[in-house]
Every structure is written in C-alpha cells, then in structure tokens.
Design a protein around this ligand. Structure first.
Ligand code: NIG
Ligand code: FE
Length: 442
C-alpha cells in the first residue's frame, strides 16, 4: 500500500539510496546531516520509496511521476517533522523487578559499587529473575517494548546477564526470542553471561568464566539464541584475561562483540576491544588518552580505506563508542566525553542502557537532551547517535537509521515543532505523535 506524508516542516537525516549511503558518519559528518524543509515522504510495503521537497514533488508530478500509482493515503504533515526511528543498541529490557530501593539508598549516599558489594545490584536482579517464569517475563517485557515504540524507538538490542546460570541465561534469551516474534520492533539478542560472578559460585570467577563461555555459550548458540557477545569489563567484575577469552569465543562462533567498558575505571579494555574488532564499546564514562587514541587509530584506518589496519576478527567494522547518558545521569557519573571523540574524528552512538539498576529510562527524546546538555553534542550529532549510529552498532545500517530509499519505513511523525533543536530543547516531552514501523503506525 503506497502512502505519503506531505508538507512536512522538516525531514531529518534524509539520505541517498541505502546501497550508496554510508553506514556511519564520522567526525564532522555527524553534524552536517541532510535536512529537507517543506518536504514529503513516500513509502510502500514497509519500505521508503521516495522523499524530497514539495517543489520537487510538484515537478515530478508535472512530469508524470506517480501516474497510475497515486498513493492510497496522503497524510498532512504541516508543522511536523519526520525523524528516523531511534535504534537503541544497548538495553537490558528483560528483567524481573524494579530496584527503586537501591535508588533510595543512593540518595542517602550509598554508591552503586557499595550496593553491589552488599548483594544488591546485578545479583539482586538475578535473584528476582530466577524466581519468574519465561511466560511472566515475556508478558512483562512486551509492554516495555510498546512504551519504547511510543517514544519513537523502532529497533532494539536486549542483553541477558541477569541469569548468571545456564538455566536463567537461557530463560532470558528465550524471552528475547519470543519478543523477536511478538513485538513489532526489530530485536537483537546479546549474551552477557559475563555480567557478574554469583557470590556462591564454586571455584569463583575463573570457574564461572569457564562455565559461561565453554559450557553454556555453545548450547545457547546451538539453540540460535545469540546474536552478539558482551561482558562487563571492570574492576571487581571481569578483567582483560576474560575479555581475551570472550574474544576467542567471538571468533570461534562468528558472533561480534559489544562490550561494557570504562564505566568506573579504565583498565585497558578499550584498546583490547578495538584490537579484538568489537563492534561497539559502551559506557566510557572514564576515557584515558590511550583509549581515545585506540579508537581514533581505528577510524583513521577506516577513513584511509585500509580496514584491515583496524584489527581483529571483524575488521570491516571499526569499533563504535556508544555513550549511555541516562546511566551517567542516574548514577551521577561523568558523561562520556562524546565531544572529544567527535572532535578526534570518531563517530559516536547513543543508547539508553535501559535497565532496573543504573538506567530505568527508555525515552530516547530524554537521551537526546542529556547528550546535548552534558556532552555538548549538537542536536544533529545526537540525532545521528540515536539513529544511524545505533543501527551501525547492531549491523543494521543498511536497513534502518536514516530516511533513505530502500530502507525500512521506520520513522517518527512528530508533533509540530519549529526546528530540529526544539526536540532536545523541550525536554521531558514525548515528541512522537505517530511512530511507523515498517510503514505501519501503531
Ligand atoms: O550497563 N554496568 C553493568 N551493567 C548495567 C547495569 C546493571 C545493573 O545494575 O543492573 C549497565 O549499567
Ligand atoms: Fe548496560
């Protein structure tokens, strides 16, 4: 069914056909995005088929374009914008219970690490998860995905990592597999077996890592439950030797790495991740010069066209740093120095980290504001971080993340807004009036 929106005030991140479009906009390009004013958008059978200015449309129509194939529905976009749907490349959206009591403790001065050390945090979520059935977890996650879609997110990644045993990790990933089937959103699954070591695990971290990578992972892969691998590389959690074991598994199973690194400290995880060809390194609240340089070198190699120099198992994809501003806000951590990364020619992604402990928020419009206010990104840079670069972090940049002919018709029709900057400026609002997933608004 052919559909059209006309008289849009703005059409943001409108790119050339998907086959030619770059999957990533490094450095200055992240700011210099195409924006069309007084625009139209066409789509058909879930795919974007055309866009341009209203005067171009008038010219095309006068030349006979669209004859015999007039859209069956035309929506009036006067005063409104079309934005690409947000692609949230880092979430823990499957969980069993909120952790608002830990929030209350932090207000009184306890730190995230102190709460974790006393059996709260990830272990708290793991206890709650073990007690719930797969069906319960699916029933509770589906409305979260619906809420994500209402605020403009049209694709997400979801991690395991609140299981910490074969049965529970498998349960989480089976829940994600159900969400892939039953949610309109596109969903990818990440095995985060190396999230925390259960306190009572016989043999401690070494035995746990061995079990998680050599016993559980092959079974989960066999069952088709895993798209990506992740680990929490941090003092007190997992270290560089665990990362190199995970990198080896990544190679063996052909599953790309997406990693939690540098949330509280820099222990060399960024250069190691880049060398291992990780698709993304997420968090980076702490970033040392050597970390920045490792990322910059990978992107210099990419720009020079010599991808092999970027290193590792997945050499064609230099590692994307992904900022998680809701986590910085909620735990009062430093914000990822995204401005510095961009100024060094490195593209930046932005994701929610939606989870019950460190970021109980999935609204991408709020992330947009936080990235502008605290990381000094321009509205355009932050939008690219939330859309095209989210897609890149998941290997979906040819399917989504921009308004491009041939890409999925995943987009937001906003409420009226005078300019692009208005969206992060007027914060705390849901600017999405209607959200279209593969051409259908829900
Ligand atoms: O990305 N840092 C590790 N993992 C999650 C938080 C997990 C939790 O507290 O439940 C994060 O912030
Ligand atoms: Fe996370």
């Amino acid at each position: 069914m052919r559909k059209r929106i006309v008289h849009l005030r703005g059409l943001a991140l409108a790119q050339v056909p998907a086959t030619e479009a770059p999957g990533v906009l490094p450095g200055k390009q992240q700011n210099d995005i195409p924006i069309l004013e007084d625009a139209y958008l066409d789509w058909s059978d879930g795919v974007i088929t055309g866009f341009g200015t209203m005067s171009e449309l008038a010219r095309l129509e006068s030349e006979g374009y669209g004859l015999g194939e007039a859209p069956e529905e035309v929506l009036d976009g006067t005063g409104r914008w079309v934005l690409p749907g947000f692609v949230d490349s880092h979430t823990h959206a499957v969980f069993a219970a909120p952790r608002e009591q830990e929030f209350a403790l932090r207000i009184k001065g306890a730190t995230y690490q102190e709460i974790a050390a006393s059996g709260g945090g990830i272990l708290n979520s793991a206890r709650a998860l073990a007690a719930k059935s797969e069906t319960q977890l699916v029933d509770e996650a589906l409305p979260r995905l619906e809420a994500l879609m209402r605020t403009g997110t049209t694709a997400i990644e979801i991690k395991s990592g609140y299981g910490l045993s074969l049965d529970s990790e498998r349960k989480m990933l089976r829940v994600v597999a159900e969400l892939k089937k039953h949610s309109p959103l596109d969903v990818r699954s990440t095995y985060l077996g190396l999230h925390a070591v259960p306190t009572d695990f016989a043999g401690g971290k070494a035995a746990y890592t061995e079990a998680a990578l050599n016993h559980w992972l092959p079974r989960l892969v066999d069952e088709g439950l895993v798209d990506f691998l992740d680990a929490f590389i941090e003092g007190g959690y997992f270290d560089l030797s665990d990362l190199s074991r995970l990198a080896e598994a990544s190679h063996r199973f052909g599953l790309p790495l997406k990693l939690h690194v540098n949330q509280f400290s820099s222990i060399g995880a960024v250069p190691a991740a880049v060398a291992a060809g990780a698709w993304s390194v997420d968090h980076l609240e702490v970033l040392e010069p050597a970390d920045l340089e490792a990322l910059a070198a990978a992107w210099r190699a990419y720009s020079a066209g010599s991808l092999a120099a970027a290193g590792g198992a997945f050499q064609k994809r230099p590692t994307l740093p992904v900022a998680l501003p809701a986590c910085s806000h909620f735990l009062r951590l430093p914000y990822t120095p995204a401005r510095k990364l961009l100024d060094a020619g490195i593209p930046v992604g932005i994701a929610s980290d939606f989870n019950p402990g460190s970021a109980p928020c999935s609204n991408a419009f709020l992330l947009w504001n936080l990235a502008c206010v605290h990381a000094q990104l321009t509205p355009e840079e932050a939008l690219v971080g939330l859309t095209l670069h989210g897609a890149y972090a998941l290997g979906w940049e040819r399917q989504m993340g921009s308004i491009s002919v041939g890409k999925q018709a995943d987009f937001i029709l906003t409420h009226p807004a005078p300019s692009l900057a208005y969206f992060p400026y007027r914060f705390g609002e849901n600017h999405a009036d209607r959200v279209f997933k593969k051409g259908v608004s829900r």
